[in-house]
Structure formats: C-alpha cells, structure tokens
Design a protein around this ligand. Structure first.
Ligand code: SF4
Length: 321
C-alpha cells in the first residue's frame, strides 16, 4: 500500500483533517517492527566550530556571539566512558563541519568506544569519501547527515555553502561504504510547503535511509531567520508517522527540537512511529555553547538523566535499551 504513495498522495495525507487513522497505523507498524523498544543514544558534541553558514543555525560561521570550543581527545574519551558506564550503548560523535579538528583524533575516539563494545554514530558534516572510509575503518557504524530539505531551490536559499545534490551524493557514498545512514529534515522552514515535506519523505525512502531525524524548525536569534515562525509539532508528528509507514524498519528519533516545543510532544511521538531518543552527554561548559537552535538545557548529569529517561520510557509501557 504505502510503497505506491507519490508526492501528491503524501501531501494530501499530511493535510488530512483527521490524522488519527494514520497515527494508529504508524503505531502498529512501530510495535511490529521495533517491539515497543526505545533506543536511547548519547550525543557528544565535541566541537562547535563550523565552516558553513546555514542560515537557520546558531553555529554558522558568521555568528560572532558563539563561544567556540574543541574538546580534547582525552576529554572526549572521558565523556564517552562516563556515558557507557551510565548504560548507553551508542555514542553519537557530533560537531560542526570543522576542518580544524583532525580526522585522526576522531578516529582515535571511535576506536576507543568500539573497544568498549558500543556502537558509534558520526555526525560531522560533508567530507571526501576517503575521510568517511577512514572513520568506517576505525569502526564507525553509522553516519548522520541531514538533508534538511529535499527542495533544491529551498536548500540553496538556506545553505550558501553547498547544494542538495552534493548532500545527497554524500548520503549515497555513506551507504556505499556500508554505514547505516541517517538523514532527516526540518518542518516549518520558511518557504516550505506540504509538497516539500512529501519530497522529503520520498527522498528518505529513495536513499533509503536507516535513520531519519524529523524535527521542527526553531528560529535562533543570532541567525538571518530569527523572525520566522517556528515549525509545528503536529505537522512534525504527521511526518514522523508517514516516515514510519514508508520505511517500517527505519530508526526514527523523537528529536530534541520536538521536545523543546511546548506541550512535551515527545510523549505522543512515541505512539506515532518514533523509536529512538537522543540525550546530550556533552560536559559543561561545552554543552551550553552548542546551540543550533535555542534550548534551555540543564546541567549535564549523565547517570541521573539516563535513569530518569529509562523510567519515563517504562512509564509508557515501552522498553529502554
Ligand atoms: S547546521 Fe551544521 S553545517 Fe550548518 S552551520 Fe550549523 S553546525 Fe554548521
């Protein structure tokens, strides 16, 4: 049924007055494919330096108000070890697109985490194939590189440093190298339509992605998009539900940005297809400097936060891993 959906079908579904049947189907597929398990993953944001100028992002290279940092390899290992001791089984190594951070240092941390028996996701932007291949050789299992939008013109207007074709080329190369490949997009970007979101969903299926982070656009005050309205949580959850139906096996996180929106939306998103949640384990003071969008994040307390998250997931009748 779902494999036959085209752009028009998806745009029409996104606009339905009553979406409850699609949510119920997505929940059923999530239970069947993921057995009510919610994976908890740790994000370690090791550098907020970035050469790009994405117009929605607080870390863009032209924002002089950011306190820039790079963690040392030792700091990264210590933070990763603390997360593993707290029970995490996947560490996401995330940074801006930072040419000043040696690929070999990232490789060393990947090997360190792999030696401890955990999975590694890398999320560091666009690099030549040789760099991706090197990190894969070091043991990286997954790579996360969001498409942000599948509309080439909209992509171009938001990303003065690259094209959609280059981004999709990287995603295809990551697949070729054997990575579990994650992408994703934002809901509510200025100029986006339901047809754009339909294109986004179809691109996820075409690559095909093993993971997709779908979250609302949140305007950052230090960016050119500061006055644009934020994306909606309802439309975001609709897109997540359709992604679950299009890609039954895909890992779909309840994105941090969705959690930032009022109403505690993540409780609902787990009943409409999402099966992953990420939690920052970036130590102070770096965590507060890593601000792609505004978020009031408390102090990092890795063990306590992990335990609370597990309790919360169990309270929904699901199993945290
Ligand atoms: S979205 Fe990523 S690549 Fe773009 S400016 Fe922000 S950190 Fe850099």
């Amino acid at each position: 049924m779902t494999a036959e959906w085209n752009r028009e079908d998806l745009a029409r579904l996104l606009a339905l007055e009553d979406f409850s049947e699609i949510y119920a189907q997505a929940d059923e597929v999530q239970r069947r494919e993921k057995r009510d398990v919610v994976q908890i993953r740790a994000i370690l944001e090791f550098s907020n330096c970035c050469r790009r100028r994405c117009r929605y992002c607080g870390l863009n290279a032209e924002n002089p108000r950011v306190t820039r940092y790079r963690m040392s390899v030792q700091e990264m290992k210590e933070a990763a070890a603390e997360a593993l001791e707290a029970g995490y089984r996947t560490i996401v190594l995330q940074s801006g697109e930072d040419p000043g951070f040696p690929a070999e240092d990232i490789g060393e941390v990947i090997r360190f985490i792999k030696q401890k028996g955990a999975a590694v996701t890398v999320s560091c932007g666009e690099w030549p194939s040789e760099v991706y291949a090197y990190w894969r050789d070091c043991g990286a299992d997954r790579y996360l590189l969001k498409q942000e939008t599948a509309d080439p013109a909209l992509y171009g207007s938001l990303h003065p440093c690259g094209t959609l074709a280059e981004r999709v080329g990287c995603l295809r190369e990551l697949k070729r190298l054997g990575y579990e490949t994650g992408s994703g997009f934002m809901i509510g970007l200025p100029g986006q339509t339901l047809d754009t979101i339909a294109q986004d969903l179809l691109l996820l299926a075409e690559i095909p992605c093993d993971m997709a982070g779908i979250g609302p656009f949140l305007p950052h005050p230090d960016t050119p998009l500061r006055d644009c309205p934020e994306g909606g949580s309802e439309l975001t959850m609709r897109a997540v539900a359709l992604a679950r139906l299009l890609l039954p096996q895909c890992n779909l996180p309840a994105t941090t940005s969705l959690g930032v929106l009022s109403g505690g939306a993540r409780r609902s998103v787990f009943s409409c297809g999402a099966n992953v949640i990420m939690r920052k384990v970036t130590p102070e003071p770096y965590k507060s400097y890593y601000e792609i969008y505004p978020a009031n994040l408390g102090r990092t307390e890795v063990r306590r936060e992990r335990a609370e998250l597990e309790d919360w997931i169990r309270s929904m009748g699901k199993t945290p891993v």
